[in-house]
Design a protein around this ligand. Structure first.
Ligand SMILES: NC(=O)c1ccc[n+]([C@@H]2O[C@H](COP(=O)([O-])OP(=O)(O)OC[C@H]3O[C@@H](n4cnc5c(N)ncnc54)[C@H](OP(=O)(O)O)[C@@H]3O)[C@@H](O)[C@H]2O)c1
Length: 292
């Protein structure tokens, strides 16, 4: 039996991951979230690992403070949740000879490049969320040799991002159904990604006992702006109504986001299939019951 422990199991990625792992034979999944252990408390986390986890083959960390605007104004809290626990998890995995899986983000990049970012590009985050996630990556690399870091982008999942109060797809559908005016940013380019697909990839790595440790980019293949993404959501769901383009410059904010954060998935495509973001969306809409 392969023992897999998932932290952040009630979040949008954690939910799909636990579901996927439970479907694999010979995998024993233990799932935990905030009600079991507070990642912001190092002493509590160390004690929890010793007392409740014990020997383990994989620890998968889906815990994160994902509300980027909140992170910007709560730097210490962001580092306490997104970065420092990775040192504790990494040291623990090394001690018990387990492997560590961490999810990072396209927000580790500045967005100045206009071609997809590969694993070899130097990160240069421009906000606190991105810097805290990059610090998490560094702590994984420093403390646990046998790790996988998956950088993913613009997630939408069945459970909805709890920290953000839903996900972008559901927010747009709900607003359109209420006939609210949709004004969506057209000058930030990214790759929408379904957590069902991320879960499929991680399950593949575990089921096939892959040992090519390191950092991988995974996202829906292709790219679009949030405006283009919204237009596609509306068209797939056959919802009519105006959607207008706006520039991020019209939303004054202290939070800077990369203007371009498309991930190059060439490396991971040698190991798994990488569907287009349109396929990620279609499968999500079917799974969620929006489309038959
Ligand atoms: N969402 C995106 O668009 C996106 C994009 C790129 C990368 N990622 C990365 O992908 C991973 C999964 O993201 P997600 O969208 O699934 O996030 P999510 O839905 O917000 O889930 C995060 C989970 O972490 C838990 N958590 C937060 N603070 C905690 C704490 N102090 N102690 C224990 N648990 C805590 C949350 O519990 P509560 O609900 O109780 O707070 C929640 O269950 C994260 O590493 C994230 O950085 C996400």
């Amino acid at each position: 039996m392969t023992k897999v422990v998932v932290f952040g199991a009630y979040g949008q990625l954690g939910t799909d991951l636990v579901r996927g792992l439970r479907a694999i034979r010979n995998v024993d999944v233990l799932s935990f979230d905030r009600e079991h252990v507070d990642f912001g408390n190092e002493t509590e986390l160390r004690a929890f690992l010793e007392q409740k986890v014990g020997e383990v083959d994989f620890i998968i960390n889906c815990v994160a403070m994902t509300n980027t605007a909140y992170c910007e104004e709560h730097c210490e809290e962001a580092y306490k949740v997104n970065a420092l626990p990775l040192a504790v998890l990494g040291q623990y995995c090394t001690k018990v000879k387990g492997r560590l899986i961490y999810f990072s983000t396209d927000y580790v990049f500045s967005g100045e490049k206009r071609k997809p970012y590969s694993e070899n590009d130097s990160p240069r985050p421009i906000n606190i969320y991105g810097t805290s996630k990059l610090a998490g990556e560094d702590l994984v690399r420093a403390t646990c040799e046998r790790h996988f870091i998956f950088r993913v982008s613009s997630l939408f999942g069945i459970a909805g991002a709890l920290g953000k109060g839903g996900n972008f797809v559901e927010t747009m559908i709900a607003k359109a159904q209420r006939r609210e005016k949709l004004s969506v940013i057209d000058d930030q380019i990214m790759s929408p990604t379904s957590t069902i697909e991320v879960a499929r990839v991680v399950c593949h790595f575990i089921e096939n006992n892959l040992t090519s440790f390191g950092t991988y980019h995974f996202a829906g293949k292709g790219q679009c702006s949030w405006y283009e993404f919204t237009k596609t959501i509306m068209s797939e769901c056959k919802i009519s109504g105006p959607v207008s383009r706006v520039s991020w410059k019209e939303y004054p904010s202290v939070l800077r986001r990369p203007e371009y954060s498309v991930l190059d998935t060439t490396k991971i495509a040698q190991l798994v299939t990488v569907p287009t973001w349109e396929d990620h969306l279609k499968n999500y809409l079917i799974a969620k019951g929006h489309v038959r």
